[in-house]
Structure formats: structure tokens, C-alpha cells
Design a protein around this ligand. Structure first.
Ligand SMILES: C[S@@+](CC[C@H](N)C(=O)[O-])C[C@H]1O[C@@H](n2cnc3c(N)ncnc32)[C@H](O)[C@@H]1O
Length: 259
């Protein structure tokens, strides 16, 4: 069972992961465990101080090394014999992607440091943190949402977490492509602003080989249109190259017909 120890000033925020949906069910099934440690519990003063002004001046506050060092020690104790891997969620970290999620999902235990304010005393980061991870080039108010993003993305990859074992395999990014479009009932929509919209014929055909090929073709089309960088980063299989060629022929035929 994978174990997450999270260090955060706002433990109740993690209810979002532990109480809802796939991550709640996986927790019940003991596919993973999560425990939130509050650095305030390791302060010694009456005010339970966890931050102080930055040396050199400037705006904002900086998280003190002392309570965080003790919180990390407590997290490691919780994980017992597991070789803990300490991650600080930070805008300056390695950008999170599918490959990173898969790599992290192989750790038996992770300690996630979700900081606040301007950040953390650098000496603690240098001494006790193994790696820093960012969830994108923008700044959030705290590391809790990034830590939850990481937990959710990892838990989806753990065996047994998803009801249908195949759904993670077909998700976007797994094979370097975006997911294909999905449709459900009814076959024809007759809503006020969406009338006569049909499900693509092939999906109703029952021909599984044709459906698989159509889906792959749609994934290629979407990836080329929306995320050409993903296609450029990988080589194409023979089938993918053929389907892309077919798409080009179809698109130029459509252009000629409309001109
Ligand atoms: C207000 S931010 C601090 C921003 C910091 N002064 C900077 O400019 O990089 C507070 C905390 O939120 C978390 N955080 C904010 N944006 C993040 C992101 N894009 N990815 C991961 N963590 C982030 C980090 O834990 C950070 O220490």
C-alpha cells in the first residue's frame, strides 16, 4: 500500500481527496493511505508560530525550518522502514507530467511538503527535500492543491484504483497522445440548442477493430491540432503514420469540396 504523509497548515483541505470519488474509494480499499501532519503541532511558543520575516527585508513571511524539520521527522517515523522520498511542491520545481507521475507511483511512500507564504527557509529545502515539483507556470496560494493534484494523479495509476482497469491505459498522455472524443446516449440529440447531432456511425457498428482504428485516428487528429509538441516528441508507429496520411487526404478532399 502506497503511503502519503503530507505536511500542511490546512489538514482539512485534504478531505477533497479523501472523501470524494475514485481517491476516496481507493482509500477505502486500502490501495493507499494518507496522513496529514500540521507543522503547528511542532511549535513550542504560545502562538504556535510557523513563520517569520525574511532576512534582508521584503514582503511576506517565510516558513521556519524548526517546525518543518520536526514534521518531516514525524512523517518519516510514520513511514517506518520505507525509504521516504521528500517532495516540496513549488513553482520552481520540475513540471509535473505523466512520466513523472508514473515514476513517483513506484515509490512505496512519499512525503509531500505543502508550503505557504513566500516559501520555506532555503536551508531546510537544501537539507531535507529530495525534489521539488511544480504543477504549472503560475503561482497558487499554497502547496495543498498541488499536493492533491499529485496524490490524485498517482492514485489513478495504482493497481485496482480504477473500476475499469483499462481506463487509465486509455487516458490522455499514456501513449503520448490526447484521448479520443467520447459519446453516450442518446444516438441523436434533440435538445433546444443541440438538435439532430448524431453519434459517429462507426461507434454503433459493433466492429471493434474499426472502432479502435477510428479512436486512434481521432486521437492523432486532436493531438496534432491541440498539442503538436506531443506528436513531435515521439515516433509514429506504421499504423499511426498511415492514419495521419489518410487524415491529410480526407482533409484536402474536404477543402477542395468546400472551395
Ligand atoms: C504564494 S506561493 C510562494 C511563491 C513563491 N514566492 C514564488 O514566487 O515562487 C506559496 C506556496 O504555494 C505552493 N505553490 C504555488 N504555486 C505552485 C505551483 N505552481 N506548483 C507547486 N506548488 C506551488 C508552494 O508550496 C509555495 O511555496
Amino acid at each position: 500500500m502506497m503511503d502519503f504523509q503530507v505536511i500542511s497548515l490546512f489538514p482539512e483541505m485534504f478531505d477533497a481527496v479523501t472523501r470524494h470519488g475514485i481517491t476516496a474509494r481507493a482509500l477505502e480499499k486500502k490501495i493507499y493511505s494518507v496522513n496529514v501532519i500540521n507543522p503547528r503541532d511542532f511549535t513550542q511558543d504560545n502562538h504556535k508560530t510557523v513563520d517569520d520575516r525574511p532576512y534582508g527585508g521584503g514582503p511576506g513571511m517565510v516558513m521556519l525550518a524548526d517546525p518543518l524539520e520536526k514534521a518531516i521527522k514525524a512523517a518519516k517515523q510514520q513511514q517506518g522502514n520505507i525509504k521516504s522520498h521528500v517532495i516540496h511542491l513549488s513553482p520552481r520545481g520540475v513540471p509535473l507530467n505523466h512520466k513523472k507521475v508514473m515514476e513517483l507511483s513506484r515509490h512505496p511512500g512519499l512525503i509531500l511538503l505543502a508550503s505557504r507564504y513566500e516559501g520555506v527557509d532555503e536551508r531546510l529545502l537544501e537539507s531535507l527535500v529530495d525534489e521539488e515539483i511544480s504543477i504549472g507556470d503560475y503561482v497558487l496560494s499554497g502547496g495543498e492543491l498541488p499536493a492533491m493534484v499529485l496524490i490524485d494523479a498517482i492514485v489513478r495509476q495504482l493497481p485496482g484504483a480504477l473500476g475499469d482497469a483499462d481506463s487509465a491505459v486509455e487516458d490522455s498522455f499514456v501513449d503520448g497522445l490526447l484521448d479520443c472524443p467520447h459519446y453516450t446516449r442518446p444516438e441523436v440529440l434533440s435538445l433546444e440548442n443541440m438538435t439532430g447531432l448524431k453519434v459517429p456511425e462507426v461507434l454503433l457498428s459493433g466492429n471493434h477493430a474499426k472502432i479502435r482504428e477510428w479512436r486512434l485516428k481521432q486521437s492523432l487528429l486532436l493531438t496534432r491540432a491541440k498539442r503538436p509538441d506531443l506528436l513531435a516528441a515521439r515516433s509514429l508507429t506504421k499504423e499511426e503514420a498511415r492514419l495521419l496520411k489518410e487524415l491529410d487526404t480526407e482533409l484536402s478532399a474536404q477543402e477542395q469540396a468546400s472551395s
